[in-house]
Design a protein around this ligand. Structure first.
Ligand SMILES: Cc1ncc(COP(=O)(O)O)c(C=O)c1O
Length: 406
């Protein structure tokens, strides 16, 4: 059962009409990057063709660019429920995290501790580990809890001490889909005096990100995962950002959020990001202005798809589903292995049939280790999005059935 208007939604995405060898292409590659509504591409091309300029000159296109940046920042602030001054833009999640980690690490001293997690994408681990090494800071990791299929606040508690400066953790796993109880993690981290840097990159297309409810100090995501172009977003609580010294060139602005935006930004991508956010609001209905309404519909639709997928997968022999086996508290992202075929073989077979799904470790290498899988093989990842249909899931399952061996 779906509460989104699926045919209206699908009509927004030209890519969904693509055929391969006479068959309709099916996109289960959303966690690697979602498909994009036509309105996003139109907004980008309109900006480039009609308003292209650098930021600030005293003529029409320069002023239009200033307005575009301000308006996009305001839109993102509404999306994340924060103030516009708390939103900065950058190339992507990884680059923003590397740059930000350099500044935050300046506040650490030798003997301090930071905590990462075993469930995270490496983009929320390596920058912190490298920064810690430079500063003589100890790194601990919240272990993956196989019973819970995620990392848990209870497993964070023994790692916290009064020298803990940071907990870096994701909201959802990009490999197995499980959510992380971020509010409990923030509570425990804050009690110990540590800050929380949350990676919302995988979560963003599926669930509302309300920074006030999450109570994390910093949060990062990338618009190409939620129907937009390639641009990264960093949220930082004003009080915390003001304590930090960004790496900036001397004449550049000294205050947030501009001081975090190094060099010329991708203005066309900002135009596309604004259109992606308008698309997300439109999912909630014609005049909808509330992201909670849109994401309630998206979640309900994805839940229906997930239930359908898991029900049919259970009837196939020869496959293992890794991590959580249920539909609650997860993104609709599923990690499979076959008992006798590699994830690469499966992905190539599906790809040749027009069903696009990723294979590999998806940069969640520590989780692949914790699941007892080989980094060199990883998993076959099925990533469902609200624009997918139960018929598409049926075609996937029937293709898997042709290769399934008990
Ligand atoms: C959970 C998660 N975090 C971080 C990243 C890195 O994002 P970006 O490509 O914007 O650097 C990804 C990309 O797949 C991801 O899935």
């Amino acid at each position: 059962m779906t509460t989104v208007n699926l045919s209206a939604i699908r009509a927004c995405f030209p890519a969904l009409d693509r055929q391969l060898n006479g068959k309709q292409v099916i996109y289960f590659d959303g966690p690697g990057g979602s498909q994009v509504p036509r309105s996003v591409a139109d907004a980008m091309s309109r900006y480039i063709l009609e308003s292209n300029a650098n930021l600030g000159p005293n003529f029409a296109t320069g002023q239009e660019t200033i307005r575009l940046v301000a308006e996009t920042r305001d839109k993102v602030a509404r999306f994340l429920n924060c103030s516009s001054a708390e939103v900065s833009f950058g190339q992507n999640m990884t680059s923003l995290t590397f740059a930000f980690s350099r500044s935050l690490a300046q506040t650490w001293t030798a003997g301090d501790r930071i905590i990462v997690s075993e469930i995270d994408h490496e983009a929320n681990i390596s920058p912190w580990v490298l920064a810690a090494k430079e500063r003589g800071v100890e790194v601990m990791s919240i272990p993956y809890n196989p019973d819970k299929g995620t990392v848990a606040a209870d497993d964070l508690i023994p790692l916290l001490n009064n020298r803990t400066r940071l907990v870096a953790v994701t909201l959802s796993s990009n490999l197995i889909g499980s959510h992380v109880a971020i509010a409990s993690i923030c509570e425990k981290a804050h009690e110990a005096g540590a800050l929380v840097y949350a990676d919302a990159t995988h979560h963003a297309p599926h669930h509302r990100i309300d920074t006030q409810k999450l109570s994390c100090d910093f949060l990062v995501c990338s618009a190409y995962k939620f129907f937009g172009p390639h641009i990264g977003i960093l949220y930082g609580k004003a009080d915390e950002m003001d304590k930090l010294v960004p790496y900036r060139i001397e004449p550049a602005p000294k205050t947030s959020p501009h001081c975090w935006e190094t060099g010329t930004q991708n203005f066309a991508a900002m135009a596309g990001l604004g259109a992606a956010l308008e698309y997300l609001l439109s999912v909630g209905g014609k005049k909808n202005e509330d992201y909670d309404v849109s994401f309630a519909k998206i979640a309900e639709s994805e839940l229906g798809l997930s239930e359908h997928f898991l029900e049919h997968l259970a009837q196939l022999d020869g496959f293992s589903l890794h991590g959580m086996q249920t539909t609650a508290n997860r993104a609709p992202t599923f990690a499979l292995t076959s008992h006798d075929q590699t994830p690469e073989t499966l992905a190539k077979f599906l790809g040749s049939e027009g069903v696009f799904a990723w294979n590999g470790h998806m940069y969640a290498v520590r989780l692949v280790d914790a699941l007892g899988l080989k980094r060199s093989e990883g998993v076959l990842r099925i990533g469902l999005m609200h624009y997918n249909t139960t018929e598409e899931v049926d075609r996937l399952v029937s293709l898997l059935a042709t290769v399934a061996k008990p």
